[in-house]
Design a protein around this ligand. Structure first.
Ligand SMILES: Nc1nc2c(ncn2[C@@H]2O[C@H](COP(=O)(O)OP(=O)(O)O)[C@@H](O)[C@H]2O)c(=O)[nH]1
Ligand SMILES: [Mg+2]
Length: 300
């Protein structure tokens, strides 16, 4: 977590390119566009992936089935999926590139980061090379039911009515809380409640589930929020929503179907402590002016 006033938004040279497996010749690289260009897709799906060679295919198959069906039903609908390999040590990039080869690079692109940045950092860099009017980020484990994106979109339409193209809609697992408490140990429930309290007390009010890995932003909101994001780890959602409330960007929340998937990358107690610390620091750093907000982020 940086303590610089403005976050560092740069990237490595290699992170400006993706591979088109179907391109002829030796150099299969293509340059990514920028989020500051005009949108040319209806939807970009950004999938942060860290050591996901096993879980990713299930998620990709489900997402692409939905997206292809939608395109068949209304041919003017277009989309892209950007898998962001966050410095994985396994074959995440190779697995994702198979989808690029199958669906074409216009539909599936892989951004391979040089180093592990954390989920927030990976989502940010994926957003910065996306072409969509709406930008959705979705976990690589397929925990959310992808077709529930339609619900997010409906809510987006309502929320975005009077807001100059600025809106955020969060998928929510709050309706599943009772069930999950029944399944979890008392200690995990205690940690969860403690975390909710900290978020509510320090940063974000009015959103029941800030941590769900299924959220959609308009392009304008993504530029503003991700250019200002300091936290690159798990607590980035909290900072993103904190900033959205600061900018008075309307936020919707809608219940989605969710399935806990084995193989979580969160190390239970350690991640909770880290997140608690990050949330406290978000509040303190904005309060004392150690972190500043850039109201008009420019292209870089
Ligand atoms: N970028 C990045 N993503 C991660 C990291 N750890 C997990 N992820 C991704 O974050 C998403 C959620 O992770 P998961 O392990 O399922 O966490 P949980 O469902 O919240 O317990 C998945 O898409 C992961 O690939 C990490 O260190 N960096
Ligand atoms: Mg998960």
């Amino acid at each position: 977590m940086s303590s610089k006033a403005y976050p560092y938004l740069g990237r490595y040279e290699s992170e400006k390119f993706f591979i088109d497996p179907n391109k002829k010749g030796d150099d299969k690289r293509c340059e990514f566009p920028s989020i500051h260009d005009t949108a040319s897709r209806d939807l970009s799906v950004i999938v942060p992936a860290y050591n996901e060679e096993e879980r990713l295919p299930v998620m990709m198959d489900e997402a692409l089935e939905y997206l292809e069906k939608r395109q068949d039903a209304s041919p003017s609908f277009n989309y892209e999926v950007i898998v962001v390999n966050d410095g994985s040590k396994d074959k995440t990039t190779e697995v994702a590139l198979k989808y690029s080869a199958k669906y074409g690079m216009d539909k599936v692109r892989v951004l391979t980061l040089e180093k592990n940045r954390g989920k927030g950092g990976a989502v940010r860099l994926g957003m910065f090379v996306a072409r969509g009017k709406n930008l959705l980020f979705a976990d690589a484990d397929g925990a959310s039911t992808f077709c529930d994106y339609s619900k997010l979109e409906d809510t987006m339409r309502k929320v975005n009515k009077n807001s100059d193209g600025m809106a955020v809609v969060c998928g929510s697992r709050a309706h599943l809380e009772k069930e999950s408490i029944a399944q979890r140990s008392l200690f995990r429930t205690f940690l969860m409640k403690g975390f909710h309290f900290l978020v509510w007390f320090l940063c974000v009010r009015g959103i029941k589930d800030t941590q769900c890995g299924f959220k959609v932003l308009t392009r304008e909101a993504a530029i503003l929020l991700f250019s200002n994001l300091h936290v690159e780890r798990w607590a980035f959602d909290v900072e993103m929503l904190y900033l959205a409330q600061y900018f008075n960007i309307p936020i919707g929340e809608v219940a989605i179907r969710w399935q806990e998937i084995d193989g979580s990358k969160m190390v239970p107690v350690w991640s909770w402590i880290q997140m608690g610390k990050d949330i406290l620091l978000i509040r303190i750093r904005y309060l004392i002016g150690a972190w500043k907000i850039n109201k008009k982020p420019k292209s870089q």
